[in-house]
Design a protein around this ligand. Structure first.
Ligand SMILES: *[C@@H]1O[C@H](CO)[C@@H](O)[C@H](O)[C@H]1NC(C)=O
Ligand SMILES: *[C@@H]1O[C@H](CO)[C@@H](O)[C@H](O)[C@H]1NC(C)=O
Ligand SMILES: *[C@@H]1O[C@H](CO)[C@@H](O)[C@H](O)[C@H]1NC(C)=O
Ligand SMILES: *[C@@H]1O[C@H](CO)[C@@H](O)[C@H](O)[C@H]1NC(C)=O
Ligand SMILES: *[C@@H]1O[C@H](CO)[C@@H](O)[C@H](O)[C@H]1NC(C)=O
Ligand SMILES: *[C@@H]1O[C@H](CO)[C@@H](O)[C@H](O)[C@H]1NC(C)=O
Ligand SMILES: *[C@@H]1O[C@H](CO)[C@@H](O)[C@H](O)[C@H]1NC(C)=O
Length: 497
């Protein structure tokens, strides 16, 4: 709708906005009236657009009665990405978000948070003064309203993370012998000594809803003139390769350009590979890229002239790449997780920094604390950017589970099971298994791509001990065979675009 509102249309839009604004007031006072159930999903929360473009829920208003909470105010926003529409479930959500609130109150709010609190209380105040302010607020965000409402309607419909694995003979969507253009041979289990491939035929079937079938042509049409960026660790790279193979059905494509240069993704001298890859489907001008950032934080060598220098790992800053190119992205999928251990930090000479100086906070110095702080910071940062880029859909992908049995990756752990779903095939829980990620997106417009529980059922889908060579390799119970589980992550992602 950008720039397209002129003349008569403008008047119409204004009238519609007034009508919506009035309707919102009514809704705010009387819950959801019947007539609105036609345009809102059942039991949807009422949207509230504040001048800074953030969406508030009517609970912000309800919060008025409890000054204690609103003063601390940390999390009066209700999660945009809450996955349930069911009203009884919703009440539970309210309870659990109160619990989170309690927890967060233990943390002294820093400067940013204090200003956030002021914003919330100001909004509360202005909304008390009724329609006039409300209409002004809403007019100021014009088209965004529709966009965001539409997004919400789609995404509220269904929790894709609940469901079961079923055998489907039309899967996989590409052959592991093919897709040589994008699929790393190390993850193409068809090229290894592995003999069992039953796992390739498993398709995820969400419980509460139909999941739209993925097809490359639908995907490209929907992503016309758009850019999708994966930023994260090697599991993010797997998802990237999977998507490229899914779009092309694993067939060679001459009309796909390598546009890595546009993003500075070129192999540095002496490097084994570039920091990422970017490809453009010229038929629809769709760009898919991956940038390798294992920690999702800003990294800065402390001494540029010294090749063995320590590297400041700014836990509260996004990777420079993300900062630099965010404006070009229409869909963003972030992940991190498996690099958060002392060994990796040490090997990379990463030193934790917070606020531009070496970290001294003991709670953060702990690896789990640092990871949590970083995930919260990055999601917070992306969320703060969204008002500037109303078309951008940002996802944080929950952690991909490991399956080392009888040991860990370096102590003889294995994942030899070849019988799919021997540990169950269904996910019934509503709550995400990745509590860290779920906590970090709560109250944010960054959505959770929740794949943890469903992937946890797929211990047979890892690369395991098979390698390209004749002799068995080290056990890899972290990365997945492709085609395989990451294809499902992409199908769920596609369903939410
Ligand atoms: C809502 O959730 C409750 C409890 O989880 C369940 O019994 C009920 O069937 C659900 N209703 C709908 C419409 O899904
Ligand atoms: C994770 O970080 C957030 C934000 O810094 C904090 O509120 C929360 O308590 C932390 N959770 C844990 C388990 O440390
Ligand atoms: C709330 O609004 C009233 C009247 O407009 C104003 O006097 C007061 O300062 C406002 N309070 C806050 C916290 O903004
Ligand atoms: C198998 O998967 C395709 C999409 O890939 C879907 O259209 C079809 O309905 C699925 N069949 C079954 C029996 O679930
Ligand atoms: C491709 O899409 C971008 C936006 O992502 C746009 O700026 C550019 O003009 C498009 N190019 C063509 C040839 O359509
Ligand atoms: C894509 O961009 C081109 C060139 O800017 C434009 O002509 C075309 O209408 C755009 N298509 C869509 C679906 O935005
Ligand atoms: C406050 O916390 C936010 C999010 O955790 C962080 O981005 C910001 O840098 C912090 N500010 C200070 C002054 O510590």
């Amino acid at each position: 709708m950008k720039g397209g509102l002129h003349g008569l249309r403008n008047k119409h839009v204004y009238l519609i906005l007034i009508a919506l604004a009035c309707a919102t007031v009514v809704v705010w006072r009387f819950e959801i009236p019947l007539f609105l159930t036609f345009i809102l999903p059942p039991q949807s929360h009422v949207l509230w657009l504040s001048p800074d473009g953030k969406i508030k829920d009517k609970q912000v208003l309800e919060g008025e009665n409890s000054p204690d909470q609103s003063e601390k105010g940390v999390d009066l926003e209700v999660p945009m990405n809450s996955l349930n529409t069911n009203s009884s479930v919703r009440n539970e959500e309210k309870r659990s978000s109160t619990n989170i609130l309690d927890k967060e109150q233990e943390i002294p709010p820093n400067v940013t948070e204090v200003s956030d609190i002021k914003q919330v209380s100001e909004e509360k105040n202005s909304s008390k003064h009724g329609e006039k302010n409300l209409i002004a607020q809403m007019s100021s965000v014009k088209g965004e309203y529709e966009n965001i409402l539409a997004t919400r309607v789609e995404n509220q419909a269904c929790n894709y993370a609940r469901g079961k694995w079923v055998t489907n003979d039309s899967w996989p969507l590409y052959s592991g012998f093919g897709c040589k253009q994008w699929l790393s041979s190390m993850w193409a289990c068809r090229l290894t000594q592995r003999k069992d491939f039953e796992y390739e035929k498993l398709r995820w079937q969400p419980k509460d809803c139909e999941m739209e079938d993925f097809t490359g042509s639908k995907f490209l049409r929907r992503m016309q003139n758009k850019t999708l960026a994966f930023i994260g660790d090697s599991l993010g790279r797997q998802q990237f390769q999977s998507l490229m193979c899914m779009i092309t059905s694993g067939e060679e494509r001459a009309d796909v350009l390598d546009v890595g240069k546009e993003y500075g993704l070129v192999k540095a001298r002496g490097a084994a590979r570039p920091d990422g890859w970017a490809y453009r489907f010229t038929s629809t001008n769709t760009t898919i890229l991956y940038y390798w950032s294992a920690s999702l934080c800003g990294l800065e060598p402390l001494d540029m002239t010294n090749p063995t220098t320590d590297v400041a790992m700014h836990l509260d800053r996004p990777p420079a790449f993300l900062h630099h190119f965010l404006h070009k992205f229409d869909v963003l999928v972030l992940n991190t997780g498996h690099h958060w251990n002392r060994g990796k930090l040490k090997a990379n000479r990463w030193v934790m920094y917070v606020g531009g100086v070496p970290n001294t906070n003991r709670k953060i110095a702990d690896i789990a604390g640092a990871k949590n702080f970083t995930v919260h910071s990055i999601i917070e940062w992306v969320n703060s950017q969204l008002p500037k880029y109303p078309g951008l859909k940002a996802f944080y992908r929950s952690i991909s589970p490991r399956h080392f049995f009888n040991g860990d990756w370096n102590t003889g752990g294995t994942c030899d099971n070849t019988t799919p779903l021997s540990g169950g095939k269904e996910v019934l829980q509503d709550e995400p298994s990745d509590h860290l990620a779920a906590g970090a997106v709560k109250g944010k417009q960054v959505k959770l791509l929740d794949i943890t529980a469903l992937s946890l059922l797929r211990d047979e889908g890892h690369k395991s001990r098979y390698s390209l060579k004749a002799t068995p390799g080290a056990h890899d119970c972290l990365h997945w065979c492709l085609p395989g589980v990451p294809d499902t992550w992409n199908e769920i992602l596609f369903a939410q675009l």
